[in-house]
Design a binder for this molecule. Sequence first.
Ligand code: TNX
Length: 466
Amino acid sequence: MRRLDDVIPAPVSVTPADGADFTITADTRVQAGPGAAEVAAFLGLPLSEDGVVRFALGGDGPDESYELDITAGGVAVTAPAPAGLFNAVQTIKQLRGDDGTLPGGRIADRPRFAYRGVMLDVARHFFTVDEVKAYIDAIVAFKINHLHLHLSDDQGWRLEIAGWPRLTEVSGQSGTGVDGEGPGFYTGDHYTELVRYAAERFVTIVPEIDMPGHVNAAQFAYPSLTADGQPIAQRTDTEVGYSSLVAGSETTYAFVEDVIREVAALTPGPFLHIGGDEAQATAAEDYRTFMTRVLPLVGKYGKRAVGWHEMAAVDLPDTAVPQFWRTEAADEGTARAVASGSQVIMSPADRTYLDMKYDPDFRLGLDWAGCVELDRAYDWDPADRLPGVPEHALLGVEAALWSETLRSLADVQTMTFPRLPAIAEIGWSPRSARDWQSFRRRVATYAPRWQEAGIAFHRTPTVDWV
Ligand code: TNX
């Protein structure tokens, strides 16, 4: 049987009760109050009006909070909103032992940060709708609530855009991706289906179109977007920082506005990520010109701009969100953005980059930010990371998975697990509830569960796997 605190991320409050265990059997039914049935169904038990596992909306607190009471007679789940009930389902699934028994007691839980994300790079290597759905299924177990899709880069463009069909006809087809080995793209319908599937599981999709750099695929498809209007070569190597949209060209802004309008229209969530990283091929003055034109476009189409923290080189609207990704101990632009009212997403590469190798001999991944073993991913705090970026300035944390070296869903899962659960705990649990020894003991119990679910993971030697 599991212990009541065998949960990742660690809940805010756990009060075990002796002799109050409850066993879910083939006869166990769920009783769902008004508005609770759809979410309760994720537990996978039949509904019935006299069920003893009771789901109800009620109480107050943040939407994602919940209370869970396990007694010998049944289970009571209460949350102010469906998102909280869904989180409770995840906790129950984690607590359920092989024989169906749930340990007795009470859990009251709520997130530390509103934004707990993971980024998947579908540009360097494309992943299909079904693969992304499988990924969503695996991440929601850890209460991750945002999936950021890196939809465009030098090696490929992965979302169909009306009016600019060659983006995907040319740069989403065979021959695209790193070494030409990651072809594919989402039609508008594919993307809409992903958004719907994610939303059903309380995950918000954050689409990224990376600009003004990382645009070789767009320029290969449309030479009118280059500086001299001449065709350029396709690139499928892993160099960065060589391509740029032209800041002084109206064609650029016509293109960018069409893309932002389309992506915004397809995306119900509040965020639209405009990249902005590694623009070494854009002069500093041009970068400012570009961002100053483009940031208001995101607002014009009703979205909050997220951008890699280089974006903070310009004065940001306070709704804009810089995402810190580097390894340096300080960043002036990000601190300045906070001083003028912005919130920040923390993704320091030396802690949260899931594409870094676990150890120097690891067969997948890169190592420019060093190796990221599980304890490195776990043992840090986002509120201590940057001067001028305290707790209240943090929207949350995000782990990023770049796909230069990844070729399959199994590769993606291997890099994600067990490191994403570490980042998920940083994003959800109070600092006081976090402890490396406790985490490594809890995560050890996932080996058989991931195995059974067909989810690949890395058996890091830092954990005594069950
Ligand atoms: C840096 S992180 C990049 C990406 C690469 C990644 C590889 C960031 C905003 N830019 O273009 O894929 O490193 O780790």
